[in-house]
Design a protein around this ligand. Structure first.
Ligand SMILES: [Zn+2]
Length: 339
């Protein structure tokens, strides 16, 4: 497998496009950056000058053959204009890359598998400062990874050229599953892998929500996002607590809510109540309009029941039915009281 990767300088968004069939390429780059006298590449001198932690390494495409990798690399270098010193660090418009022998590649594959199985994915647990995160998202906004139709076509062509036998597919799936299970086992022992709401016992492998960089279970995360508080009760000025859906509104507030045409989510957030409260108010006043979205007719009622009763994670169910987890979430929410 040939990987095309992009190194981005987070400080000025300049990029370097490269290709490799090694899993250690980023380490090699970092090594070269620490010994810039050994290399004549701009990228290493830049990494030495601006500090390695201000650069990110991302694999942006994979190819089956060397020729495809060369071609797509050239397209990417053109697309990012990275041979232009103002935009990037590439020295040539394409690769002068020499491939590894099949033996070396097999060794690298084994190394990667062991690495995945014992330490998890290279990016797992990598901590980035808020500043770096902001730089990354800024970079993505301004320089999104653009797969032009041309590149997409080339990538899918290059990936479909190799036909795997059922045994090979089995073997690959088994290896991936083993590595995945091992990672999950290691992760489940991570003391940070828990809901950080006080008195919440949820921990281990779960679907979590990250709010303000803190990990919460679905319930607490949603509540915090919706109500701005982990407490399900709303504290009144005199200190008494009432449930959020029992919050009293003044007539003025009710009028303004009923005439508010923004999405329910936004109104609910403003008043720190659930969307149901807003729906109820709008229904009472008579200004509630059902969303124009078409109901999801893809699932039979039997399937919907199965989905509602399915205890696996949303992601697992979504994968099973080949839909996004949003769809599953929606079905579960809408059909909770099905007999
Ligand atoms: Zn919780």
């Amino acid at each position: 497998m040939h990987y095309l990767y992009k190194i981005t300088n987070l400080l000025d968004q300049k990029v370097y496009i490269g290709q490799t069939n090694s899993n250690n390429r980023w380490r090699q780059h970092k090594y070269n950056a620490k010994n810039p006298e050994r290399t004549h590449q701009y990228i290493h001198r830049a990494m030495a000058k601006y500090k390695i932690e201000n650069f990110i390494y991302e694999v942006i495409a994979t190819c089956m053959t060397q020729e495809d990798a060369n071609e797509i690399e050239s397209i990417l270098i053109k697309q990012y204009n990275s041979k232009n010193k103002n935009f990037g660090y590439n020295l040539t418009i394409g690769s002068d890359y020499g491939g590894h022998s099949e033996e070396t590649r097999e060794k690298l594959r084994k190394l990667m598998f062991n690495r995945l199985a014992t330490k998890g994915h290279p990016s797992l647990g990598q901590k980035r400062t808020p500043e770096q995160k902001e730089n990354i998202s800024k970079g993505r906004r301004e320089h999104p990874v653009i797969y032009t139709p041309e590149i997409r076509k080339r990538i899918s062509e290059s990936q479909s050229k190799r036909i795997y036998t059922p045994e090979e597919i089995d073997k690959r799936n088994k290896a991936v599953r083993e590595a995945y299970n091992k990672i999950q086992e290691i992760r489940s022992k991570d003391p940070e892998l828990k809901c950080h709401a006080p008195d919440c016992n949820i921990r281990g492998i779960q679907d979590y929500l990250i709010v303000d960089n803190i990990r919460y279970c679905e319930k607490h995360g949603q509540r915090l996002k919706r109500l701005g508080s982990l407490d399900s009760k709303y504290v009144l000025a005199d200190g008494t607590k009432v449930a959020h859906n029992k919050t009293k509104f003044t007539n003025e507030q009710i009028l303004s809510i009923s005439n508010d045409l923004r999405p329910l989510e936004h109104i609910a957030k403003d008043y720190k109540v659930s969307q149901n409260v807003i729906v109820r108010i709008k229904k009472e006043v008579g200004t509630y309009k059902k969303s124009n979205k078409k109901p999801n007719t893809k699932f039979s009622s039997e399937q919907i029941q199965n989905i509602v009763l399915d205890n696996r994670s949303m992601k697992a169910i979504a994968r099973f039915y080949g839909v996004t987890d949003k769809v599953i979430k929606r079905i579960k929410l809408l059909n909770k009281k099905l007999p």
